[in-house]
Design a protein. Structure first.
Length: 570
């Protein structure tokens, strides 16, 4: 039976999507089907930037340490840098421009400028090793990479055919982005005219093969995804207004997730242009610093991987800070343990925990579970976001399954990515003939259309919201000349959700310690991918009838060992 909140929200959505309403939809042909598209969404990201920076004007937008910029100031900076990219760096429409840096005001201005100059923003994972960054740059053919000193040093060690341009953080944009302005150009430089079909972004994702893939999206998909979140926000705001509970302060969010991930890019960063939300940047996650900023800046909305809100709720110094301005603690990127939902609500009774489920390939749009509905069904990721998102459960043949039947979770929407960059085989595997994107997650829908994720079809570990492909780590282990066999799998962890561990066997007549293998791996893969524990086997690893390593048997054997080791150390 649908809840009272669901019924109320359905009524509001029906009114907002009616002809002439702010969420009116029109039909658009995509993936061989007629899909709903929000009529009033801007056609491109540069139009979105210009429209809403003008609308919100002198309202504060970015807070980054001592740096504070309004919407108008941010747009003026991005417009000047875009002119520098076109005139000084000869950026052409469709050029892939990599961005490799931590979060900062200058990251945001650079991102805007790349899009305004007609380029495609290729968001390189700032936690990658140099080898991984080089592979990402080569994969998508980045003609130029904008990087901070730390990432530029990693890239410079490689023989990568790209133009590397450095920028700085913790300083004004004119100083920090001076290298983008040095060649000439400025606010008067003509910029290219774009439309919804033009290439906008490439975000990097890992799949079951272990090789990074570039998920590309056009401007239409990204702006529609932004407005899918805006539709959700407007629906809730309309309901609150009609109840007499409308907020009276500027919305404000802490930026504590990486902007190179889709959660940071779309629902957090890009949606903020539309709803006039102030963004407060924190360069590195620290729960107490987050609480200090929430209290100081009157943050109203918090989003992060599940462990972040849990760390705040359970922090020993929580009572020192006034967190009452923040009424929403959202999570995404990884499952939130059911028992955490009640603990967060009990610790922060003025607020509600929320949960979202979307993917890089859906531009973060998908399902959401909020407020009392989340408390009632804490094991669910919620219902599909209206009016754009359609969720289905598919069998192996692509047939949609009925309620309460487990199958592969799939999304169909105009917000979905266009495909994997120059990888038609992977694209064909991911997108069905009738437009469903297969997520690789297994789940079911209940009678109220709430989605429950029960397992993953792909061999992926999610550590604190960061995807780790088992085969990628295994390949890195096999690169050591003394390794004969290896298998990587995940173990549960209260803080991070999952952690990677591995079992390996050395080549006959050779020895290899755990510490030596870890040191080898740190030189080749990102630190978060390095297994926290590596057990050495003296005999061949167990195998299935297909001659593949029996990972389930290894996990069953070593999970009790892991749990015993944690008990003894902690």
């Amino acid at each position: 039976m649908r809840s009272e909140l669901d019924t109320t929200l359905d009524d509001v959505v029906a009114r907002l999507t009616a002809a002439g309403g702010p969420l009116e939809t029109v039909a658009f042909e995509r993936f061989g089907r007629s899909l709903p598209m929000l009529k009033n969404a801007p056609p491109t990201l540069p139009v979105l930037f210009e429209m809403f920076c003008a609308q919100h004007g002198e309202a504060e937008f970015l807070v980054d340490g001592e740096i504070r910029l309004t919407f108008a100031q941010t747009y003026a900076a991005a417009r000047r840098v875009a002119g520098g990219l076109v005139a000084g760096h000869k950026v052409q429409k469709g050029d892939r421009i990599g961005i490799a840096a931590r979060n900062s005001t200058n990251w945001i201005i650079a991102y805007m400028a790349v899009l305004m100059a007609g380029g495609c923003a290729a968001l390189l994972n700032g936690w990658w090793s140099g080898e991984e960054m080089g592979a990402g740059i080569k994969l998508t053919g980045c003609t130029m990479v904008l990087a901070d000193k730390q990432r530029a040093a990693r890239i410079a060690e490689l023989n990568v055919d790209t133009k590397l341009v450095l920028f700085e953080h913790d300083c004004g944009w004119e100083q920090g982005l001076s290298a983008l302005l040095a060649g000439g150009g400025g606010p008067e430089t003509p910029l290219p005219t774009l439309n919804g079909d033009d290439l906008a972004t490439i975000l990097y994702t890992s799949g079951s093969t272990g090789l990074s893939k570039g998920a590309w999206s056009d401007h239409r998909a990204v702006t529609q995804a932004v407005f899918s979140y805006v539709a959700q926000t407007l629906t809730i705001l309309t309901m609150m207004t009609e109840r007499g509970d409308a907020p009276s302060v500027q919305p404000c969010s802490l930026v504590n997730v990486p902007l190179f991930h889709v959660t940071g890019e779309v629902p957090l960063f890009l949606q903020s242009f539309v709803i006039g939300r102030k963004l407060v940047l924190i360069p590195k996650w620290d729960a107490e610093e987050a609480m200090r900023l929430i209290a100081q800046e009157k943050v109203t909305y918090f989003v992060g991987v599940p462990l972040m809100s849990y760390e705040i709720a359970t922090h020993h110094n929580r009572a020192k800070y006034d967190l009452t301005s923040c009424v929403s603690f959202a999570a995404g990127g990884a499952p939130r343990p059911v028992e955490h939902v009640k603990r967060i609500k009990d610790a922060l009774p003025h607020a509600f925990p929320l949960l979202g489920y979307g993917l890089t390939e859906t531009n973060a749009a998908g399902c959401g579970n909020l407020n009392e509905n989340y408390l009632a069904k804490p094991g669910s990721t919620g219902t599909a976001t209206k009016p754009l998102i359609e969720v289905g459960i598919l069998d192996d043949a692509g047939k949609v399954l009925p309620a309460r039947t487990t199958g592969e979770v799939a999304f169909r929407s105009i917000v979905n990515f266009g495909g994997y960059w120059e990888n038609p085989e992977a694209t064909a595997e991911a997108i069905t003939a009738d437009g469903w994107f297969r997520t690789g997650d297994l789940g079911y829908l209940d009678e109220d259309e709430y989605l429950f994720i029960v397992d993953r079809k792909k061999d992926i570990i999610i550590r604190g919201g960061e995807n780790i492909t088992c085969i990628e780590v295994e390949e890195a282990i096999y690169a050591h000349p003394d390794v004969a066999e290896a298998s990587v799998f995940g173990v549960p962890d209260e803080k991070f959700g999952e952690l990677p561990v591995a079992v390996y066997q050395a080549e006959e007549g050779r020895s290899l310690s755990e510490d030596a293998l870890k040191a080898f791996l740190r030189a080749h893969i990102a630190p978060f991918k390095v297994p926290v524990r590596l057990w050495e086997e003296t005999e061949s690893l167990p195998r299935l009838g297909t001659e593949k390593v029996d990972k389930r048997a290894l996990k069953a054997r070593y999970l009790p060992v892991w749990e015993a080791e944690q008990t003894s150390t902690g």
